[in-house]
Design a protein around this ligand. Structure first.
Ligand code: NAD
Length: 257
């Protein structure tokens, strides 16, 4: 494993789930990790538990919230690794989804990454050093009918990542997106509660037949582990030949070459 001693790594939405596993992996690799979540008490608790150096509470679902995070992080030092992980997802019938819900998905899932890249990626280019990883989803490549608003937000994030990578041409900065498949987290548990309600089934039943009913192309036929996603972020942050990619950690669900 590459040594990341002294490198500041900001992982958004890192008090739980995939973000937390990524933060833990970067702490182990020696990075000066900044944990982020909405609740200051929770951020401090998680920061202490994993031995991360910094914690910054900020709600990234608005411009003001992102500015608050930027102000606090700028006092810490230059961000060398930016992982835009925070995101919401849930089942919603397309015909019942409101403009406001679409707007909320875009604010957190897309605009938080736009705003943080505008600030921190700019600094990386000025220093000619750094890595950005935007956590998208296989749903951004293969939209899920039960959550089209979410899928579209992740497609936008994949496109944003590739566009930003173009700006890095000839520099030592990289920008990649990472596409996890179904990964067992608190967030996914809530998603399954919503799916069970929509299908009028028991949640356990929906979970056990999920790969046959909803993701039949999965080659691994199991949930991805958060540590498997975290491993892939370490790879993306350290291999400088990988730039502009949309790395799939989805167990082969996307059936294409
Ligand atoms: P989760 O709901 O378990 O955790 C989300 C984290 O984000 C928490 O730490 C939460 O505190 C934080 N968060 C939520 N809203 C926030 C806000 N407004 N401001 C700051 N922080 C906020 O989610 P997860 O399953 O770990 O998913 C993490 C990312 O991975 C998301 O972007 C999600 O779309 C993506 N993803 C997840 C899966 C999956 O199956 N779990 C699959 C593909 C992609």
């Amino acid at each position: 494993m590459k040594d990341m001693t002294g490198k500041i790594a900001l992982i958004t939405g890192s008090t739980k789930g995939i973000g937390r596993a990524i933060a833990e992996a970067f702490v182990k690799a020696g990075a000066d990790v900044i944990v982020n979540g909405r609740n200051a008490t929770e951020v401090e608790k998680v920061r202490t538990e994993m031995g991360a150096k910094y914690g910054v509470a900020a709600d990234l679902s608005s411009g003001e919230g992102c500015n608050s995070l930027i102000e606090q992080v700028d006092k810490i030092g230059p961000v060398e690794i930016l992982i835009n992980n925070t995101g919401i997802f849930g089942v919603k019938d397309f015909f019942e989804s409101t403009d406001e819900e679409w707007e909320n998905y875009f604010q957190l899932n897309v605009m938080s990454a736009v705003r943080l890249n505008r600030q921190f990626m700019k600094g990386m280019l000025e220093r000619n050093s750094g890595s950005v990883i935007n956590i998208a989803s296989e749903a951004g490549f293969k939209p899920l009918p039960q959550m089209i608003h979410y899928s579209v937000s992740k497609t936008a994030l994949i496109s944003l990542s590739r566009g930003l990578a173009e700006i890095t041409k000839g520099t030592a900065v990289t920008v990649n997106s990472l596409l996890p498949g179904p990964t067992w987290t608190d967030g996914v548990e809530k998603y399954f509660a919503g799916l069970a309600e929509e299908e009028g089934k028991d949640m356990q039943e929906v979970i056990s037949s999920y790969f046959d009913d909803h993701e039949p192309t999965s080659l691994i036929k199991r949930f991805v582990d958060v540590k498997e996603v975290a491993d892939a972020t370490l790879f993306l942050a350290t291999n400088k030949a990988v730039n502009g990619s949309a790395l799939r950690v989805e167990g082969g669900i996307i059936r294409s070459l």
